[in-house]
Design a protein around this ligand. Structure first.
Ligand SMILES: C[S@@+](CC[C@H](N)C(=O)[O-])C[C@H]1O[C@@H](n2cnc3c(N)ncnc32)[C@H](O)[C@@H]1O
Length: 246
């Protein structure tokens, strides 16, 4: 009798432990998903943390592209809006736009850049990279920091960005991990839990090429495992038609 009671309480302890682990794992996944699509309320602390933790990576990446003071720039997947603030300081006579499909990110980016929005130098829009709410050939530069991992249709999304670039304009993708990079083992596993994955350096080249970019350049910060990829929207010569119709 006493042994049966002991066995029962041991079983219920094990069940309790399993339930705790399952719930903790579920909560961890829900929270981690805030990085992929931040919620208006739960996402707030994540956006604040990302503004801080992505700052050095963003500064490093932006060193690899020329930014003129009068540039019109779009930041895709703008998150908490810190990159927009940096870009507005660099393009001091230009305009910076942000776009993000998460309403939580749009609210946070607008709050972060309230002064610049008031001054008419920044606009933030809710929208997906797959269908950007901007006309053709508007931007000199498009930036994408820590967001490409989550895009649903990579080649078409990169083509959609190309549509909004001026001929000769550039897209820069900046990421803190890539397949084959220094911390890929750890970060790659976390990515899988978020239902996303990071391309390799060669995979990025192929992607940019498939989406119609030229002058593709990759830069790797080996010690930190960071990557930055830049591609240009080809400058097409307007075909001249010198033949007279008879
Ligand atoms: C990890 S956060 C990075 C935010 C910011 N760029 C930074 O460096 O801190 C990824 C952001 O990309 C956005 N995002 C993910 N997929 C997107 C998509 N398909 N279209 C637009 N934004 C997207 C998310 O909502 C989120 O704000």
């Amino acid at each position: 009798m006493c042994c049966a009671t002991g066995a029962n309480s041991a079983t219920s302890r094990v069940i309790k432990q399993i339930v705790i682990y399952v719930v903790a794992f579920g909560v961890a996944i829900v929270l981690m998903r805030q990085v992929r699509k931040p919620h208006r309320w739960i996402g707030r602390p994540f956006l604040w943390i990302m503004n801080r933790t992505h700052s050095a990576l963003t500064d490093w990446g932006l060193e690899h592209v020329a930014i003129e003071p009068d540039f019109t720039i779009l930041d895709v997947g703008c998150g908490g809006g810190r990159t927009i603030q940096k870009l507005a300081a660099m393009a001091s006579e230009g305009a910076v736009y942000g776009v993000d499909y998460a309403s939580g990110s749009v609210v946070a980016s607008r709050a972060k850049n309230a002064e610049l929005i008031k001054a008419g130098r920044v606009e933030i829009h809710e929208g997906s990279v797959s269908q950007l709410p901007f006309p053709d050939a508007k931007f000199d530069l498009v930036t994408a920091v820590e967001t490409q991992y989550y895009w649903p249709d990579l080649v078409n999304d990169m083509k959609e960005i190309r549509r909004t670039l001026k001929p000769g304009g550039r897209l820069i993708v900046i990421a803190e991990t890539f397949s084959g990079g220094r911390f890929d083992n750890v970060k790659g596993s976390a990515m899988k839990l978020l239902g996303s994955h990071a391309l390799s350096e060669e995979g990025q080249r192929e992607l940019f090429n498939s989406a119609g970019y030229d002058e593709i350049k990759t830069f790797v910060e080996k010690r930190k495992g960071w990557i930055c990829v830049v591609g240009r929207k080809t400058i097409h010569e307007t075909p001249r038609n010198n033949t007279k119709e008879i």
